[in-house]
Write a protein that binds this ligand. Structure first.
Ligand code: TRP
Length: 374
């Protein structure tokens, strides 16, 4: 059956049907029972409550292990292809919550090699420079510097390579074609890359000499990589990694994923208050063509990009978000008011974030895996 949306680690297009995607990938829903269980460890994160982090693989096994006094390590990553935008921060903010809630160590992988291989125009010097900038944003979110290490693939390759090699020997070209959609014209760098994304899932076990599983909170678009990782793990003597997946952070244009290819629909962490105001001002909303009509018929928060921004990141209070939706539907508030409110919230957030981002420069060296030089 032809799909009207496409989700791969390198391309997200169309209107994503997240339930169908979950079925296609074969991941499990985070249902009410699992939410209830998660709420035992501390107040449930709003991203779980609202179904933004909505799907998983073997999360229950990780929690069982934790309940029995065992530990696990967090693993997530970033392909440094450009400036950090709000969409990138969303899953990282959730990772920070997991680190705080479970007291875990964290590995953050920056795949400068991947972005070199998959982005025609980028050289390795570009991607490693971007990695530094992106890492500042990651650190600014407040990860514990003592428990968090940042891997930069081209710098840490001495440690990564032996494990990547073992992975590569277990993955055939036909598997890579089926999982990633490669064909005979795909260059061989791209085919090998997935082995590098598997490695951090196995590092804690390698380092400790005992079976330490990882939990990977990230966008569901990364699942193809981790299906491969999970398949090869037992044969290499490693535990299978668990995953917890979120939906894509929407674009201001109304598209399902915020993407740097549409600069005006993307808010970067380094944007000025003026730029934010301009971008939010142009956002796609669920409003009517005239004020009169909107007062009468009301708007549609379901399709509104501004509302989605409140929902995904900027209004954590459930009562307040419901109230906003109601007021929109009844015509009591207009798009201009919502845009002004969102602009204000984003700018307040960015002001502090940009300060923390500057301070991150003092600790970034300490967080480099094996002390590599940035
Ligand atoms: N492939 C990811 C990207 O393009 C980067 C990445 C590496 C990653 N390891 C990861 C993302 C683990 C999530 C989890 O951004």
């Amino acid at each position: 059956m032809a799909e009207d949306f496409k989700v791969t680690p390198w391309e997200v297009t169309g209107d994503i049907d997240y339930d169908r995607l979950q079925q296609q990938f074969g991941t499990a829903p985070i249902d009410d029972a699992l939410k209830q269980r998660l709420s035992r460890y501390g107040p449930l994160h709003f991203m779980i409550n609202r179904g933004i982090f909505y799907s998983h693989r073997d999360l229950v096994q990780i929690l069982d292990r934790y309940d029995n006094g065992g530990r696990f390590v967090l693993y997530t990553g970033r392909g440094p292809s450009g400036n950090t935008h709000l969409g990138h921060l969303m899953p990282w903010i959730f990772n920070k919550w997991v680190q705080d809630t479970f007291g875990t160590e964290m590995l953050f992988q920056m795949t400068d090699d991947e972005k070199f291989l998959f982005k025609e125009k980028l050289d390795l010097t570009d991607t490693s420079a971007m990695a530094y900038e992106n890492a500042l944003d990651f650190i600014a979110l407040g990860f514990d510097p003592k428990k968090t290490r940042i891997i930069l693939n081209t710098k840490n390759i001495d440690v990564l390579y032996p494990i990547a090699l073992r992975v590569s020997k277990k993955v055939t070209f036909s598997t890579a074609k089926a999982v990633f959609g490669f064909d005979d014209s795909t260059h061989i760098g791209q085919i090998f890359y997935t082995t590098l994304q598997s490695v951090p899932a196995f590092l804690p076990t390698e380092e400790c000499g005992e079976q330490i599983p990882v939990l990977i909170p990230c966008g569901i678009d990364q699942d193809p990589h981790f299906r491969v990782t999970r398949d090869v793990a037992p044969g290499l003597g490693y535990p299978k990694p668990s995953q917890i997946y979120c939906k894509m952070f929407p674009a201001l244009s109304g598209a399902d994923k915020m993407s740097s290819s549409d600069e005006n629909a993307t808010i970067y962490t380094t944007d000025s208050p003026k730029t934010v105001k301009k971008k939010v001002g142009r956002a796609f909303t669920g409003g009517c063509v005239s004020v009169e009509e909107q007062r009468q018929k009301g708007g549609s928060p379901e399709v509104c990009a501004v509302f989605k921004y409140f929902y995904y990141l900027f209004e954590k209070d459930d009562a307040r978000i419901n109230e906003t939706a109601e007021k929109c539907r009844s015509g009591a508030i207009l798009c201009g008011e919502c845009k002004a409110c969102l602009t204000e919230k984003i700018n307040v957030f960015l002001e502090t974030h940009q300060e923390k981002r500057e301070k991150a420069k003092d600790v970034i060296a300490d967080m480099a895996y094996n002390g590599f030089k940035w």
